[in-house]
Ligand binder design. Sequence first.
Ligand SMILES: [Zn+2]
Length: 269
Amino acid sequence: MRYRTLSSRIARLAAAISLALVAVPAGAQAHSPTCPGTGTDSAVSSPVVIDASIACPDGAPALSVVYAPSVDGIVSLDDKAPTGGAPSDHDDLRFTPITPTGSTPSHVVFGNQTYTLKNVHYHGLAEHKFASQPGFSPLEAHLVHELDGPALGYVVLSVLLNTGDNGWSEHDHLLHEPPSTVGATKNVFAVNLQALLPPPGSRSYYRYTGSLTTPDANHVYYKPVNWIIFSQYGTATQSHISGVHDLWGPNGNKRGLQSNPQPPNIYLK
Ligand SMILES: [Zn+2]
């Protein structure tokens, strides 16, 4: 009898220890047969709502961001079909970095592959939203990285931007006095790309596999795209946010939320 009581205590203790070992970050579901399993890892159409309550812990290696400390480049009011005229909903305000000859381009490493930073562009209103938000953030920054190699592949980092009242952010640096006619450009100097992202140490992110949110010349919204949505918001001043909104008018340059037959699996890192 005494032996049986002792062994049941040991069994309870072992169960408590195993529970402690599978503790996961706050906001993420515990590992279980249903995580993942609430959605699909196949590429869905973007954008989507990011529902933190169904996010699974991300077992993939962490994203590594390798940016030059200071880059010059060109800000353009990028003109896609239909070209000319007023800015269309597929056009955007974008910064294209210039890599000096002999320098390593700014890039990210994701899944043991290198993706080079091609541009930083903005959508207003935001395209993605967190389920906890009552509405959309006024802007969303996309940092678009393309796979180095013969195959096409993308990692897009997304920062949702809200109005900041604490001086200029690095996004304000890019959004100040933008070109106002489609196809127009201006030079911008000494951009701190890292400062476009949340501060190091505050870079938890949600990840899912989706599509581009603007079509290519054949009207195809390319898939798959590795989407990384930072959980911390960035900021821009109200005047710069209004400046972007004024270029497009009330409909903005955003793709609406897409309804997918199966929602994406969303992972939290
Ligand atoms: Zn975009």
